[in-house]
Design a protein around this ligand. Structure first.
Ligand code: ADP
Length: 458
């Protein structure tokens, strides 16, 4: 198996080499073609010039002599080509020896010592439209290009190769850099998920990436780790809470029963009654857990009907007046008029929500306190507020109060409770697409704010 970085580098590398080779080949072919075309043009012009020179000479002299046009011989010798002048019967008047050209010093300076094939072309020399002679121009194929021409071609080829190598170096550097940008965050996230799968929920990926998808992936895996950590803590707490809740009544029962068996305590109706209460408490705890299980299962059935929130709240608040009065708590219900407050929901389950919230408010509010139940509406929501002047909730407890069996410190030690009331509230509200928020200050009181979406309920 290969690493991402290696795979990406190989990919970049292969693509760049292919691109460079293709470009080099294409540029080279184009330049060679153009250059050869240029050379052929030059050669043709030379042929034309030589033929017209001889035509001029014939025009001036009116016949061929062995000196006609010999002045071209020097130029031909220097240009490495061979001239032969013939009369109209193709009889040689004068001519150069191709071997002389072959041995010409100039050849030694060429890039190759291979002289190539000797090619000769014969051109007609005309005067007044009549053929008066022939000139044969011959040269070795390798001599088609002069030394400068060969150097020029070689230097172009060198530059193409040099730019190819330079591009390759740049591409390799860039590809290493970019493949690193991809591979490092992916590698980190991969390592992190391995840590998570091993149960190390403290793992965190901190290398930020400027690639949007990778950054989103990194953030989501970090959030996932946070959530798993949170769930793991809750699970541990749940187990310790349940065992604590179960152990307390069991210990009481065990100690008392042992004392009665040993004859330390007399078996009286009072004592049995007390033990029975512990058994009842124990049973209630199990019942609560059952209720919770029911609400957390997906299959819970709701009986949806039209619910008039204002009437429901008024009913419930009436039920709580006595309980509030017993604790000398002032319970008030305020309704903002002008709205119908109709929602679709399960009336009994919603009743349970407000009962739990009001019970908590009474439970956590000391004597002479105040509880305000309020119903009002905003543009898009119906809002129910349950506000109390009770003991409040510590800031560090606030994020957890809706979790199963979570109980605030004070509640755990001084006030009876099971820690599932708010979990049930949240579950019921979620089934109604409603939300619940809490604002609370320790020692001053708490406000629970429930929002029902008007649109969903219309
Ligand atoms: P319980 O009330 O049985 O302990 P809940 O799930 O109803 O369980 O509440 C969870 C915790 O939230 C409580 O233990 C308490 O610490 C805190 N809490 C809930 N309502 C209030 C309130 N009105 N005032 C202060 N604390 C509250």
């Amino acid at each position: 198996m290969q690493t991402i970085r290696r795979r990406l580098s190989i990919l970049f590398f292969t693509c760049s080499i292919a691109a460079i080779l293709l470009i080099t080949l294409f540029v080279n072919l184009t330049i060679n073609n153009k250059f050869n075309q240029y050379m052929i043009d030059i050669q043709n012009k030379r042929y034309e010039r030589i033929v017209s020179y001889f035509e001029e000479v014939y025009k001036k002299q009116g016949k061929w002599t062995e000196y006609s046009g010999v002045e071209l011989m020097h130029e031909a010798y220097m240009g490495n080509y061979c001239l032969t002048l013939m009369d109209s019967n193709k009889k040689t008047i004068w001519g150069m020896d191709p071997n002389e050209i072959k041995n010409n010093l100039h050849l030694d300076t060429m890039m190759t010592k291979d002289t190539g094939v000797y090619n000769a072309r014969t051109f007609e020399i005309k005067s007044d439209g009549k053929i008066v002679g022939y000139v044969e121009i011959g040269q070795y194929s390798s001599v088609l290009l002069s030394e400068e021409d060969v150097n020029f071609k070689a230097s172009i080829n060198k530059s193409i190769i040099a730019s190819g190598i330079l591009t390759l170096v740049i591409i390799v550097t860039i590809s290493l850099y970019f493949s690193k940008q991809f591979s490092i965050p992916i590698k980190e996230v991969a390592n992190m998920s391995v840590s998570l799968s091993k149960g190390n929920f403290n793992a965190k990926s901190s290398t930020e990436s400027n690639i949007e998808e990778l950054e989103n992936l990194r953030k989501s895996v970090n959030i996932l780790a946070e959530k798993l950590k949170h769930q793991d803590n809750l699970r541990k707490r749940l187990v310790s809470d349940i065992s604590h809740e179960i152990r307390t009544p069991l210990n009481i029962l065990q100690n008392n029963l042992e004392a009665m068996i040993d004859g330390v305590f007399p078996v009286t109706a009072d004592r049995l009654n007390y033990l029975n209460q512990e058994v009842v408490r124990f049973g209630r705890l199990l019942n609560n857990l059952n209720v919770l299980k029911e609400f957390e299962s997906e299959s819970i059935k709701l009986n949806f009907e039209t619910v008039f929130l204002d009437e429901l709240l008024e009913d419930i608040s009436k039920d709580f007046y006595v309980a509030a009065e017993n604790k000398k708590i002032n319970l008030s219900y305020n309704l903002e008029p002008g709205e119908k407050y109709i929602i679709t929901g399960d009336k009994d389950k919603l009743r349970q929500v407000f009962i739990n919230l009001l019970s908590n408010a009474i439970k956590f509010t000391e004597e002479n306190g105040k509880i305000d139940l309020k119903l009002y509406s905003t543009d898009k929501k119906y809002i129910v507020e349950v506000k109390d002047s009770g003991i409040g909730i510590k800031r560090e407890d606030q994020p957890f109060i809706f979790e199963r069996l979570y109980r605030g410190d004070k509640s755990r030690h001084q006030i009876e409770g099971s820690g599932i009331g708010l979990t049930i509230v949240k579950n019921i509200l979620q089934l109604h697409y409603a939300t619940i928020d809490v604002k609370s200050e320790e020692g001053k009181g708490s406000i629970f704010i429930i929002s029902f979406d008007k649109e969903i309920n219309n």
